[in-house]
Ligand binder design. Structure first.
Ligand code: CDP
Length: 224
């Protein structure tokens, strides 16, 4: 007899490591809501760029007090800024370029923390990001950390980018990924790192089905 699935699942890992694909698949099997928390940082970045607010902590502290970020629950969940759904704009090159600068700011992280905790508290949920298992939900009953080689992640990201309507070859994707990984891992607040109790899965040589099988085995539960 298998045990029930954990009510909340945290998935962390670097850019293009497969978090959203795994999170969304688990969410659809279990009937959970899925939030890619990177969308929240991207939404703040998009809004700040459009308002001409630089990636400076004092300026952003003031800025985030005056914008309303909302999450529309689902699989995947969507993100609204001041009532406007911006989910389809979050992969624009200007956001890609600057998101790690804005997300390193303590004021931005502090503003987005309660939203993520509320999302997790309000129902069965899977959250993917960089600091879910370490900072947002340190007591999450299930934590998965995905990683993969830069080459594998760059190849995946350049394929994904095409489907988002952005032209990016593997070399360009690798440069972008390495730059963001470096900022995300070295920032002072909530750096990218596996929680000590996370199950680590290397997705470099594994097809998605194999990653899914390992995750399901680690979660040790049946759907429903
Ligand atoms: O899709 P990809 O993994 O490339 O990126 P993402 O998950 O959309 O995250 C975009 C950026 O947001 C990351 O590079 C981080 O700078 C930031 N982020 C973060 O700081 N903390 C999170 N929990 C999620 C994303």
């Amino acid at each position: 007899m298998s045990t029930p699935c954990p009510r909340v699942i945290a998935i962390d890992g670097p850019a293009a490591s497969g978090k959203s694909t795994l999170g969304s698949e688990l969410a659809s099997r279990f009937g959970y809501d899925f939030l890619d928390t990177g969308m929240l940082y991207r939404a703040v970045t998009l809004a700040a760029i459009e308002q001409g607010v630089p990636p400076d902590d004092a300026a952003c502290a003031e800025f985030v007090r005056h914008i309303r970020i909302e999450i529309r629950r689902g699989n995947p969940s969507r993100v609204l800024v001041n009532g406007v759904d911006v989910s389809d704009r979050l992969r624009e090159p200007q956001v890609e370029e600057q998101v790690s600068l804005y997300s390193a700011l303590p004021s931005v992280r502090a503003a987005l923390l309660p939203l993520q905790r509320e999302f997790a508290a309000a129902g069965r949920a899977i959250l993917a990001g960089r600091d879910i298992g370490t900072v947002v939900l340190p007591d999450a009953p299930a934590k998965i950390f995905l990683h993969a080689s830069t080459e594998a992640r760059a190849a995946r990201r350049s394929l994904q980018a095409n489907s988002w309507g952005v032209v990016q070859d593997s070399a360009g994707a690798a440069r972008d990924i390495l730059r963001r990984d470096s900022i995300d891992s070295s920032r002072e607040v909530a750096p990218l790192q596996p929680a000590p109790d996370a199950i680590v899965i290397d997705t470099t040589e594994r097809p998605f089905d194999a990653v899914l099988a390992l995750a399901l085995e680690a979660l040790g539960c049946a759907a429903g």
